[in-house]
Design a protein around this ligand. Structure first.
Ligand SMILES: Cc1ncc(COP(=O)(O)O)c(C=O)c1O
Length: 431
């Protein structure tokens, strides 16, 4: 295998980072396990495991009771809201929790649908996960709305921004767009999209599930109206989160039971929540804050607007972003040298600022499933298929042939792990 120099710019101390994740100690067929399935869900650090266990030991109860465990539960939920607010730079009551991003989007889209009338338009994109398409299509069907779907340039897997801008008009009421693609890693220029949406009086709903684990997010700076993500893709437990601007949330009428509070955000959190997972979410934020507190800011000016935990989280995510760009460049360069491979999306090393380290590929004469199985044999976890990016896989002509293999890296992955993966793919491509 040709050697590719690995030149990190801002490397977190990988040994130190990896030591927080007990699941890395596993072996598969005598090989250390490699997690390249991160876009489907990340591993959790020790802080998440401990916080969840402690919840069961000392706080396990329903909310708003007069007794100790219930009051501890109330405190944990409040703290989890504050922690997410620090991650996104918003206020705690602008944070809504739910089962996952998909369920929250279906729920909020129904509430938003109540404000729309026949002929109103919603924009969705071919680059998005179906969780940011299907809910809007369902609302459109029920209320006689028009859906406009924005295409991509299939060569780069980037959004057709001219078409997106041209599709906006005074009937546009909502633009649903992803921050980063869960299939090909493209980062969208969401700041510009929000700006354009507001120019025509539309709201902007951002699916940030695949961006939040990879870089700093500031909803105030973005000025987006809603932003959704899943904690289990950000080193936390299986819960979903939506940020919404306070005035908008207050104006919405969600589907809810009568005794539940009419206050925001409670009115959106139907039924009993997974309280132990809020404790776990706090553990994930503790882990990221710790990274931020023990690393220098990659660009100090980027963190200068923040203080306390907000600053630590911005530094952590800034360091992760910088490190992951080097991982993306290393991975893509190495993959480009494997014969018979097709890579999708932005692959040029100069484009690393426009993508996260999520790479889709196919190999001649091999199904994506066969590639995933060969990697699994030596302990490398990677997804094959469409990962619910159905429109994109159809547009790329891959849906009928099993989609693509996805290598989805994050900050705890190493160049050595990439080398192991490349060795397997190189061998298969020669077979
Ligand atoms: C970009 C993107 N959006 C939405 C989702 C759905 O998230 P959840 O599983 O929390 O519903 C995913 C999950 O893979 C995703 O990658």
């Amino acid at each position: 295998m040709q050697h590719i120099p690995y030149i990190p710019t801002v490397a977190p101390d990988l040994a130190e980072v990896r030591a927080y994740f007990p699941s890395f100690e596993q072996q598969v067929n005598n090989h250390p396990i490699v997690f390249f399935d991160n876009p489907g869900g990340t591993q959790v650090p020790q802080q998440v495991i401990e916080a969840t266990t402690e919840y069961y030991l000392y706080a396990n109860a329903n909310t708003h009771g007069a007794f100790a465990t219930s009051q501890r539960t109330d405190t944990i939920i409040e703290e989890a809201r504050l922690a997410v607010a620090d991650l996104l730079n918003c206020d705690a009551h602008e944070v809504i929790f739910g089962a996952n991003m998909t369920t929250l989007t279906f729920s909020l889209s129904r509430a938003l649908g109540r404000t729309l009338v026949a002929g109103d338009e919603i924009i969705v994109t071919t680059l998005d996960h179906d969780a940011n398409i299907a809910p809007w299509r369902a609302v459109a069907e029920e209320r006689g709305l028009v859906i406009r779907q924005i295409d991509i340039d299939p060569k780069t897997c980037t959004l057709d921004m001219d078409a997106l801008h041209a599709a906006m008009n005074d009937r546009t009421k909502l633009v649903a767009v992803g921050y980063a693609s869960n299939a090909v890693g493209t980062i969208n220029d969401v700041a510009t999209i929000v700006h354009w949406a507001h120019d025509v009086g539309a709201l902007c709903w951002i699916d940030a599930v695949q961006y939040v684990p990879h870089g700093p997010v500031d909803v105030r700076q973005l000025d987006c109206d809603f932003l959704a993500f899943s904690a289990y893709k950000v080193f936390g437990p299986h819960i979903g989160v939506v940020y919404g601007k306070q005035a908008l949330l207050e104006g919405l009428r969600p589907y809810k039971v009568r005794p539940a509070s009419d206050a925001t955000p409670d009115k959106f959190e139907t039924g009993t929540q997974p309280h132990e997972l809020f404790a776990g979410l706090l553990g994930a934020i503790d882990y990221l804050s710790l990274l931020g507190n023990t690393h220098a800011a990659p660009t100090p000016e980027a963190a200068s607007d923040y203080s306390g935990r907000r600053r630590a989280l911005k530094i952590a995510m800034g360091s992760i972003l910088a490190y992951e760009r080097t991982l993306s460049a290393y991975l893509l360069t190495a993959l480009s040298l494997v014969p018979n491979l097709t890579l999708y999306g932005l692959t040029n090393p100069t484009d690393m600022t426009r993508r996260v380290p999520t790479v889709a590929l196919t190999m001649r004469d091999q199904t994506p499933r066969a590639l995933a199985e060969a990697l699994a044999e030596v302990g490398i976890c990677a997804w094959d298929g469409n990962y619910y990016a159905v429109e994109l896989m159809e547009r790329l002509g891959l849906e009928a042939t099993g989609g693509a293999l996805r290598l989805g890296l994050t900050h705890y992955n190493t160049p050595e792990e990439i080398d192991r993966c490349i060795a397997v793919l190189s061998q298969l491509s020669r077979a």
